[in-house]
Design a protein around this ligand. Structure first.
Ligand code: F6R
Length: 261
């Protein structure tokens, strides 16, 4: 796991944008996994800016989002489809036909989950999955206790997640209790995982993810088993990392190493 510690949210977003934009430039038919939430907003803003400036082309890119609330139609203002349109897809030259968000209104949610897995496989698998992390260490909506071998599934959200996400709704009672989410194994199948975290309320989750045991109690810790996982954090989210100085030392060493290889 490569840990990149940044000064603040802006630097974290810029670093993530550099990685994502660089990867898309190398492979125009890129399959990009995306996340919603507050964390990736700075990344999406930079992706849109780079696209406007002609520095990156999304016309052949295919996307798969991590999750969607059960019961919310795509045009519901709190749906993750709406979030993605408003914060990224409407601002870049992506073909919306190539953008996928799990169907939270499917007649058979189980069939929709299987179909989502099949669509990812048919697209050739995810090249890079963008991730945030919940305060309880969730990736996607894979709450503590979820199998680390899980595939796209229907899950029950914890009270903590409902509370955290209620800031975007009129009140807590409006937050759906269920969601469809890629499973942890689905996420681990991506060729690269790029997780971002900022702010001190994420410090415990980041500590568990990066340095804790690999455990279903912090599903993000499964990233330790991924051969190509990059974790980009700001100083506040990195504050509880025991090997913080070492991660910073490694970054300097890596620059020198790149010149030697
Ligand atoms: C969103 C998702 C979640 C969020 C996490 C952090 O698609 O899958 O795992 O990444 O809840 O949310 P924010 O970024 O709002 O703190």
């Amino acid at each position: 796991m490569e840990v990149i510690v940044c000064r603040d949210y802006e630097e974290m977003s810029a670093k993530a944008a550099e990685i994502v934009i660089g990867a898309v430039r190398k492979k125009p038919k890129f399959v990009l996994g995306l996340a919603t939430g507050t964390t990736p907003l700075g990344l999406y803003k930079r992706m849109a800016e780079a696209n406007r400036a002609g520095k990156v082309d999304f016309s052949k890119v295919v996307t798969f989002n991590l999750d969607e609330y059960v019961g919310l139609a795509p045009d519901h203002v709190q749906s993750y489809r709406h979030f993605m349109d408003a914060n990224l897809f409407n601002h870049v030259n992506i073909n919306k036909v190539n953008t996928h968000v799990p169907d939270g209104k499917a007649k058979s949610l189980l069939a929709a989950c299987e179909k989502y897995e099949q669509m990812i496989a048919d697209a050739g698998g995810i090249d890079l999955q963008v991730l945030g992390i919940g305060r309880d260490g969730h990736l996607g909506f894979n709450e503590p206790g979820t199998s680390l071998a899980s595939r796209t599934q229907v899950v029950v959200l914890t009270e903590e997640t409902i509370e955290d996400n209620s800031r975007l709704f009129q009140n807590k009672d409006e937050v759906p209790r269920f969601a469809v989410t890629m499973g942890i194994q689905t996420i681990l199948n991506a060729r690269c995982c790029l997780m971002m975290a900022n702010g001190k309320n994420k410090a415990d989750a980041v500590k568990g993810c990066v340095e804790g045991p690999v455990t279903a109690m912090n599903t993000a810790s499964a990233l330790q088993m991924h051969p190509n996982a990059v974790v980009i954090v700001d100083e506040a989210a990195a504050a509880k990392l025991e090997l913080l100085d070492y991660y910073k030392w490694c970054r300097k060493g890596k620059e020198q190493l790149t010149n030697l290889l």
